[in-house]
Design a protein around this ligand. Sequence first.
Ligand SMILES: NC(=O)C1=CN([C@@H]2O[C@H](COP(=O)(O)OP(=O)(O)OC[C@H]3O[C@@H](n4cnc5c(N)ncnc54)[C@H](OP(=O)(O)O)[C@@H]3O)[C@@H](O)[C@H]2O)C=CC1
Ligand SMILES: N[C@@H](CC=O)C(=O)O
Length: 418
Amino acid sequence: MSTDKKLVIGLFGFGVVGEGLYKVLQQTPSLSAEIRRVCIKHPGKKRNAPDSLFTTDKNVLLNDAEINVIVEVIDDSAAAFDIVSTAFKNGKAVVSASKKMIAEHLPEILQFQKETGLPFLCEAAACASIPVIRNLEEYYDNDLLHGIKAIVNGSTNFILTKMFEEKLPYNEALLLAQQLGFAESNPTLDVEGYDSVNKWAILLNHAYGIVKSADDILFTGIQNIQAGDAAVAKQKSYEIKLVAQARKLQNGKVAAFVLPQFVTLDDHLSFVKNEYNGVVIESGFSDKQFFYGKGAGSFPTASAVLSDISALRYDYHYEYKKLYYHTPGELSTDFYLKTYISFNQLSEVPKEDFEWIEEWHSGQDRSYFAGVIHFEKLVQNKWWKQHGISLILMPEPIIEDVEIRKLKKRSLELAGIL
Ligand SMILES: NC(=O)C1=CN([C@@H]2O[C@H](COP(=O)(O)OP(=O)(O)OC[C@H]3O[C@@H](n4cnc5c(N)ncnc54)[C@H](OP(=O)(O)O)[C@@H]3O)[C@@H](O)[C@H]2O)C=CC1
Ligand SMILES: N[C@@H](CC=O)C(=O)O
């Protein structure tokens, strides 16, 4: 495709994102792009667009030779993959926002692009309005990416903000996130961390060339966080955020996970409130860089889809440089995490799994401790996902040199300092 070529779009989905794109395109006449047809699921719904635009027959779009771009923004990952596969087979460029579908089918989507040479752009699928994928692709195309940590889910960040800063009950905060179009059709995907880990699988690919599914990445959501945890956070001047992170270890491999975390008030992520997302990138020589923007909602998401459509005019496609031109990154489980664990009964927590415990607080109803545990122990045994147990990472949670720290701690103890 070249800059003067007209983009003729077949749009799948006319919900929060699809309708947002329709409106945004109407306000962007300079982008020579026309939505030819829209495929939806339920024909009876009232639409804010001419009836003649809509169909429930996917083939009307996929077999239309004049449609050269398929924009897929539906909430059914199996149907989305079927649409995307056929679009590639029929020679069409694809723009998608469906992170669940992309994370579930990363190898196949990479293969389609390799075989057909057709672009597949998905900026809206991770952090919505923040252009993080293109930055990871284009700017950080070297070995110097030391780490990334990010808030990648708008709904959970919105819920945490409303609950702990505005004292709204959980159910009301979630309902509001749904009404504002932030939450997934199945909000469990947001609350229990599935959406974040799907986005993280996509970003790990663009950041480090890692091709892994969500099943290979340790994660949880905000479902077990208790009011007591927020009180502890406040007492220690921390905020609780659901943080996705990746860090290059000394062994060259990458530590990656999505877990709730205490963040200090001077951490960039503590400024990220409501449905906003934030990404802190640490790279050699430039130190920290911070990207911030709306991570959910109709227009913010549509703006990223629009930017992808616009990029197709210049034949833009991801090169996956870290995967194809560098040695792709490998995930590691050989590191330790500094954790805070709160629980009702100590018998629910295998405290013998911890290298050491730094702080202990016993309450009448609930108790907590802070301790260091090997990551592999969390991978092997999921006690920390059980209802009633809350695992929250401490600030700067990754420890690689645990033996040195143990020795240091022991010598302080012997000197009577600890
Ligand atoms: N909302 C957000 O802030 C963001 C959403 N996303 C992703 O974008 C996608 C869409 O989200 P969103 O707009 O919020 O979802 P909505 O639930 O608002 O809309 C979903 C749309 O998909 C249509 N649809 C479902 N199944 C099919 C199918 N088999 N064929 C054709 N159309 C179908 C529905 O049709 P009908 O109208 O007839 O029911 C509806 O129009 C999801 O994958 C989501 O994860 C990504 C970033 C942000
Ligand atoms: N449900 C998602 C929507 C955007 O990706 C979120 O809350 O972040």
